[in-house]
Design a protein around this ligand. Structure first.
Ligand SMILES: Nc1nc2c(ncn2[C@@H]2O[C@H](COP(=O)(O)OP(=O)(O)OP(=O)(O)O)[C@@H](O)[C@H]2O)c(=O)[nH]1
Ligand SMILES: [Zn+2]
Length: 203
């Protein structure tokens, strides 16, 4: 018996993905292990909700973020300076504790002949963020993807995030930010360009 009347996988109104029994059982086991009773009314539908929430947090496994960089614009009027998208919010989960990583990213590139729609930079970030991550790899993956598929003169990615595994548990130290960066091409080789892009990013 469900504790709530509402749309589910059988509903004609809203299709929700079915959740295999073994996944639900795993979440029941975790609830029991945490000290609660998975059979009490308020928790009856929780295994399905948690499972679907995790599918959503980890949506990135179902996509190749590079796909977002396949459409480029070549009429740029000779523009060959920095293109920067900053303060892009994202959420990820750390692969050690599966706890939230919440932060923002700045992504810049120095175009070579063509540019990409700016939303695509945020899409690449989300594609890698919606996985189990460490911040260093997330930063590197975003930069590598743009470097490989857009072939620009330079790429700079800076990510600033807080980790719930540090604030809500363990060392319990809230208010801490972790900053990671990956510079490639001109931004790696030329100090003046690197300083310029970091200053545009606000660092
Ligand atoms: N380098 C890096 N470390 C991370 C990231 N997210 C979480 N961590 C750290 O991963 C480490 C895992 O350490 P362990 O000693 O194996 O696990 P733990 O006993 O739960 O560690 P504490 O968090 O110190 O309680 C911790 O120090 C976390 O702070 C990340 O994105 N990058
Ligand atoms: Zn963690």
């Amino acid at each position: 018996m469900s504790s709530l009347v509402g749309p589910d996988e059988d509903s004609p109104f809203e299709k929700k993905p079915a959740v295999p029994d073994e996944v639900q059982e795993a979440i029941r086991t975790l609830i029991r292990w945490s000290g609660d009773d998975p059979e009490r009314e308020g928790l009856l539908d929780t295994p399905k909700r948690v499972a679907r929430a995790w599918k959503e947090y980890c949506q990135g496994y179902g996509e190749d973020p590079a796909i977002h960089l396949s459409r480029v614009f070549e009429e740029v009027g000779g523009y060959d300076e920095v293109v920067l998208l900053k303060d892009i919010p994202f959420q990820s989960h750390c692969e050690h504790h599966m706890a939230p990583i919440i932060g923002k990213a700045a992504i810049a590139y120095l175009p070579r002949d063509h540019v990409v729609g700016i939303s695509k930079l945020a899409r690449v970030l989300q594609g890698y963020a919606r996985r189990l991550q460490i911040q260093e790899r997330l930063t590197a993956e975003v930069a590598e993807c743009i470097w490989t598929h857009l072939k620009p003169h330079g790429v700079a990615v800076v990510i600033e995030a807080s980790h719930a595994c540090m604030s809500a548990r363990g060392v319990r130290t809230p208010g801490v930010s972790m900053i990671t960066s990956r510079m490639m091409g001109t931004f790696l080789e030329d100090e003046r360009s690197r300083k310029e892009v970091l200053s545009l990013m606000g660092y």
